[in-house]
Design a protein around this ligand. Sequence first.
Ligand SMILES: Nc1nc2c(c(=O)[nH]1)N[C@H]1C(S)=C(S)[C@@H](COP(=O)(O)OP(=O)(O)OC[C@H]3O[C@@H](n4cnc5c(=O)[nH]c(N)nc54)[C@H](O)[C@@H]3O)O[C@H]1N2
Ligand SMILES: Nc1nc2c(c(=O)[nH]1)N[C@H]1C(S)=C(S)[C@@H](COP(=O)(O)OP(=O)(O)OC[C@H]3O[C@@H](n4cnc5c(=O)[nH]c(N)nc54)[C@H](O)[C@@H]3O)O[C@H]1N2
Ligand code: SF4
Ligand SMILES: [Mo]
Length: 888
Amino acid sequence: MDGAADQQRLTAVDAPAAIRTTCPYCGVGCGVLATPDGRGGLDIKGDPDHPANKGRLCSKGSALGETLAREGRLLAPQIGERTASWDDALDLVADRFRRTIAEHGPDSVAFYVSGQLLTEDYYVANKLMKGFIGSANIDTNSRLCMASSVAGHKRAFGTDTVPGQYEDLEEADLIVLVGSNLAWCHPVLFQRIVAAKAARPGMKVINVDPRVTATSDLADLHLDIAPGGDVALFNALLVALADGGQVDADYVARHVDGFDAALAQARADDADATGLSPEKLSEFLRLWTGTRKVVTIYSQGVNQARNGTDKVNAILNCHLATGRIGRPGMGPFSVTGQPNAMGGREVGGLANMLACHLDLENAEHRAAVKTFWDAPTIPDAPGAKAVDMFRKVGNGQIKAIWIMCTNPAVSMPDAGDVRAALRGCDFVVVSDMFGDTDTAKLAHVRLPATGWAEKDGTVTNSERRISRQRGMLPPPGQARHDWDVLSDVGRRMGWPRAFDYASPAEIFREYAAMTQLSVDFGKDLDLTPLAELSDSQFDAMAPVSWPLRPDGAAQRFFADGGFFTDTGRARMLPVSGALPRDMRDGAAPFRLNTGRVRDHWHTMSRTGMAPKLSQHLAEPYVEIHPADMARLNLRPADIATIEANGQPVLLRVMPSTKVKPGAVFAPIHWTDQVASSAIVSRLTTKDTDPFSGQPDSKGAAVSIRKFDATWYGFAVSASRPNPDCAYWALARTGDGWRAELAGLRAPANWEDHARQMFNLPQAEAVSLIDAEAGLARVALVLDGVTRAALFVAPQPVAVARSFLTGALGDSADLVLPGQPGAGRPDPGPTLCSCFGVGVNTITLAIRNQGLTSVEAIGEALQAGTNCGSCRPELAALLSTLTIPHAAE
Ligand SMILES: Nc1nc2c(c(=O)[nH]1)N[C@H]1C(S)=C(S)[C@@H](COP(=O)(O)OP(=O)(O)OC[C@H]3O[C@@H](n4cnc5c(=O)[nH]c(N)nc54)[C@H](O)[C@@H]3O)O[C@H]1N2
Ligand SMILES: Nc1nc2c(c(=O)[nH]1)N[C@H]1C(S)=C(S)[C@@H](COP(=O)(O)OP(=O)(O)OC[C@H]3O[C@@H](n4cnc5c(=O)[nH]c(N)nc54)[C@H](O)[C@@H]3O)O[C@H]1N2
Ligand code: SF4
Ligand SMILES: [Mo]
């Protein structure tokens, strides 16, 4: 194998071999060292040699070992409720697709895929749909994620090119984070910035976000921008750059078109749309105009908006006007969400793209792709973008859909409508690792997919770096790789030669060879040097970023122009900061902003398995400003009914001054598998950006009212409870489950209720019940130990949850008080997931040991010393505890 020393295996004497692979969560693309523990599990560490993370991992990456259980995995194909052979299932899929196409044409079928597929899976899906089925009806959850960035890049650069690399973040003097909660969503990049700022305190960070987040803690300046006000902000900046003599006239003259029109439009704009105080605005302008090395990082607060593409171009305009692009420490930086969002874009996974950054609307590009694939056909019109795709499923224009590696019943806007569309669809196929996702439950055929630890291939991260994911564990049951299943269907549909793939290496070689087309048409994506990799070289492939340079040095784009437009020049675009009317007038009565929490990944199918990741925020919630709570007669920990699209959602009320009055925030992660009614995407709008088709997931108009519970409950149980009440939410614990409960009518007998909910009909009930006061505590005991316990009160239940989640197995008299006995302190809600350290433990240590820094907390308790994801919260806790203390 050409002396390529088994790159992926680091064998130390007497130690099992660690396998190098890549984290399957966010677009940072961290390298992971996974060592089989001999018991079917893996020990997980950060890969010190991976350039993205240099050994770091965040809480989610660190807990990968807790997500490998077979429980819940789909182990065999299913047709309806019956288990089927692969042959039967795939014959059915191929036959139904073929028949539907024959009767109604190729546009009557669709694939809805995912930025979490590996490049090889994605490549085959795209080839099958566009080249052989002959429709462009393949779209992906990247439409909900990166589409506005793609459209903005293409408008300005002529291609979807991210100009910079991660080391620019360390080299910058000013980092502007726009609509990005990097601390929670790209934690390792955030930690890289934290370290750079600690080493160079002169470095400044600005955070542009309507709400205060964990990311704001690092910021020297937080701009509480009005929702959607980002275009006006960057237009104001463009004017300030022009008026302050900061425009790089030479760069613009040589490489940029459209400067005058963009500036004229910016001048016509009203900075009031930013909603910022004049002081904050001028501080922002002062810092940006006065700093040469600026990186502007942006993410879903930019992309997921009705004016998302314009936001992207407003940002790009400022970097183009100043020539601050593609040079060390400078540039716009769209960070990708999913691990392979970038790879999907490279292989043309979106309905309006071709593979290798070629354009579907270009006849020469289409012809070249068709020839390369030796394909019978190639569509000449873009397919349906995600929102339209499900609309067409709903109205019957699309009659068969294959959903792969995504959970649209939870993640699509107006998810209730998407569910109705799938219920009415003639033929729905779902490929997933799990058989009980909300989407899989709506499928006619369920196909078991291998997951992260089992599959092989490549992913491309935010900085265009391609890394290998390597399979380490055997596929459970009959699960198969997505590329393999897609190829099998391609063969069964009648194209045996085109889909005769035996390995991901083979697919990767074909794809790398195909990037010659990109080169031929003068585009950016060139992987041709990798087209000849042998299987073993592919196995051993080290992380590599494109364009490939023999010395492996950082590779940036556009410092000297070289754009991929027809003229070779970039385009600045005139973009208006005027808000669409409904944004200007404010969403009535409340504007719902949605996003992510630190320890969960999307619809939780994997992170929900990890006890460590399920304690930080164990219940779906909505952040509401106290002034709004007063208006709505809501108290802390009440439950609120949030309604839009005719769909009610129940969320726990979390008072917060981090959101503004009139705006509320709710995380996206809870599904019907873990909560009674908490899918926030039921509430979001189908309105999309006109250029990218990306839905506005951050600005739904919702109404809010108190949910009039007559009782509230908290429960712990060794096995999964089966709640029967209006409100419930479940989360894993180290020894079972915890549940938050509330109901409209109390059951007649709490002991019976508990036995039923916990499925422990034989258990002895030890209880304390005060029916008049509405109080009940029931411990269910088997063989002297508590197997489950239920705590009920007429108000939100006040018990020590972190104590109770570890108390199963104790006797009922220890559990029923709901608080730890003397000498056994209550650790409080978990703040550091890696070491399971609670808020109370940290607070006590700060008080008793006089700790004054995050580092000191780490030394005393280990908290914050592994992944560092909780460091912003430790800092916040320190400041709230130490400021009043100092004043005493
Ligand atoms: N822990 C965790 N990490 C993840 C994920 C996860 O599920 N969990 N998912 C990954 C994926 S796929 C993605 S796409 C990324 C997303 O990463 P981010 O984009 O950082 O995450 P979000 O929380 O969706 O939204 C970012 C912020 O946009 C703000 N915002 C809302 N409206 C506006 C506005 O009009 N202007 C501005 N400037 N800001 C606004 C919100 O208040 C929010 O704080 O995270 C990735 N990483
Ligand atoms: N309201 C609102 N909605 C949003 C967003 C928001 O901010 N607000 N964000 C949007 C964004 S940016 C994104 S990226 C989406 C994410 O939304 P989804 O893509 O729907 O969420 P996931 O939970 O990541 O779904 C991935 C599914 O694939 C399965 N899976 C994992 N690995 C494999 C595999 O190798 N093969 C197969 N076949 N299946 C696998 C998992 O079990 C899971 O069911 O949500 C979008 N929706
Ligand atoms: S930052 Fe965390 S979630 Fe993202 S790739 Fe790295 S370890 Fe995985
Ligand atoms: Mo995303």
